[in-house]
Design a protein around this ligand. Structure first.
Ligand SMILES: Nc1nc2c(ncn2[C@@H]2O[C@H](COP(=O)(O)OP(=O)(O)OP(=O)(O)O)[C@@H](O)[C@H]2O)c(=O)[nH]1
Ligand SMILES: [Mg+2]
Length: 412
């Protein structure tokens, strides 16, 4: 069921959005038996859609023997409860379906914690609705007192659980931070993008590790996974695959995935992977930019990567068009062996510009400074001659400036 505002962008893409919702529902394990939509001039605060439409929906459900109704729009707790009552069927909104998919897909401990937190936060304001059900089952009248007490107890328990989950996730984040600070400096890249764009395929192609899970379904990846990758010509990078985004990603879910996406926050570069063969790729790019902004990642350097170029009808025209629109962009395909060469070249170029290789010469006695070079840059080569150590190292410009200001000999 879709109920966009009349004249809105959502209304213009109604069919595409319903298609995507159908894919979500399918991923969650349900079968679609019918579709309905209504363009709203003003949403009904009690049931979102109009009274007549509720009736029509009921008839469709009866005719198709549906057991579940899914709305593409977010339903308020009250709207959800009212529609359930009118239809006498389970009603979910898009957010709930996504949460459901995530809960069955979560593999790692961290992903489990994150999904559980998001589910509880989603559930909290909707508890009354569940309670209505229970009271109806128990006979309703006369149970008001105990029911309300029960509701309060449930609420308190859920709040406590939310608190505990948040604390656990903070520990996980701290642990990650420790791992990060213990690493040698190397270029770090996070793959971000709409779900199904090919992020995991890219990490698989770049790292040559075939056990990385790729799937033609939504949300194949929920956990971040980091691999060291050889970019050629002596360049290496640490590349992280992340969870995919989708339009109307539940806010709670985005919030609880913050810890996982910390990797992206610390990345030197975000590689925004786009499915160039998707009819709606431009809208998908906008969604990704919005989620990045919500995660406060909008200020990170981004390189747009148009993937699946092999599946684009007229690649030559496509490339010339996007080069015009996004001069920084790169094109790739994971289905051809040479499909990642221009990406690797662009990443090498990016790294060259960000951290040029320089030669630093210090007295052999200055061990502290040599240690500093190892900490703040990527040491490529080191040799000693005539009482001096010569280190070839990739350093960012501000470190080079600082060394020069301290009187250290830096060349190149
Ligand atoms: N034609 C074509 N298909 C591709 C390409 N790259 C990936 N795919 C396919 O696209 C689908 C999704 O790929 P994934 O790598 O799982 O995508 P993802 O971005 O990691 O998706 P999520 O983890 O669900 O967010 C799979 O069926 C891949 O085989 C490509 O360059 N060309
Ligand atoms: Mg993936």
């Amino acid at each position: 069921m879709a109920a966009p505002r009349k004249g809105s962008a959502d209304a213009r893409q109604l069919e595409e959005h319903l298609d995507e919702l159908a894919r979500l529902v399918d991923t969650a394990g349900a079968q679609v038996v019918g579709r309905l939509s209504q363009q709203l001039v003003a949403p009904n605060s009690a049931t979102l859609i109009g009274k007549g439409k509720v009736q029509e929906l009921k008839e469709l459900c009866d005719a198709e023997q549906a057991t579940l109704v899914v709305f593409d729009e977010e339903l308020s707790p009250v709207q959800g409860a009212n529609i359930e009552k009118a239809l006498d069927l389970r009603v979910m909104d898009r957010a709930e379906v996504i949460l459901d998919i995530f809960s069955t897909r979560a593999r790692s401990h961290e992903a489990h914690l994150q999904v559980e937190l998001a589910q509880l936060e989603y559930l909290l304001p909707r508890l009354t609705r569940m309670w209505t059900h229970l009271s109806r089952i128990r006979g309703g009248i006369g149970l008001r007192g105990p029911g309300e007490t029960q509701l309060e107890t449930d609420r308190r328990m859920i709040r406590q659980k939310i608190g505990r989950l948040k604390a656990k996730l903070k520990d996980v984040a701290k642990h990650r931070e420790n791992i990060r600070s213990g690493r040698t400096p190397m270029m770090t890249i996070a793959l971000v993008g709409y779900t199904n764009a090919g992020k995991s395929s890219l990490l698989r192609g770049l790292s040559g590790q075939h056990e990385i899970v790729v799937g033609d379904r939504l949300f194949s990846t929920l956990d971040t996974l980091t691999r060291e990758v050889d970019l050629g010509e002596g360049y290496r990078a640490r590349v992280t695959d992340t969870v995919g985004f989708i339009r109307k990603l539940p806010h709670h879910l985005v919030a609880s995935f913050r810890a996982t996406l910390e990797e992206a926050r610390h990345a030197d570069l975000l590689l925004h992977v786009i499915d160039a063969s998707h009819a709606e790729f431009e809208q998908q790019m906008v969604v990704v930019e919005q989620v990045l902004a919500e995660l406060e990642l909008a200020d990170r350097p981004v390189m747009p990567l148009f993937n699946k170029i092999d599946a684009v009808a007229d690649p030559v025209a496509f490339v010339s068009r996007i080069r015009e629109l996004y001069p920084e962009s790169v094109v790739s395909t994971t289905v051809r062996t040479d499909g990642l060469e221009s990406l690797k070249a662009a990443l090498r170029e990016h790294e060259r510009a960000r951290r040029p290789a320089v030669t630093v010469r210090v007295p052999v006695s200055d061990g502290a400074r040599v240690a500093f070079l190892y900490r703040s840059g990527e040491v490529l080569h080191r040799q000693s001659a005539n009482g001096r150590v010569e280190v070839r190292v990739r350093l960012s410009q501000d470190v080079v400036d600082r060394l020069r200001a301290e009187g250290v000999e830096v060349e190149g």
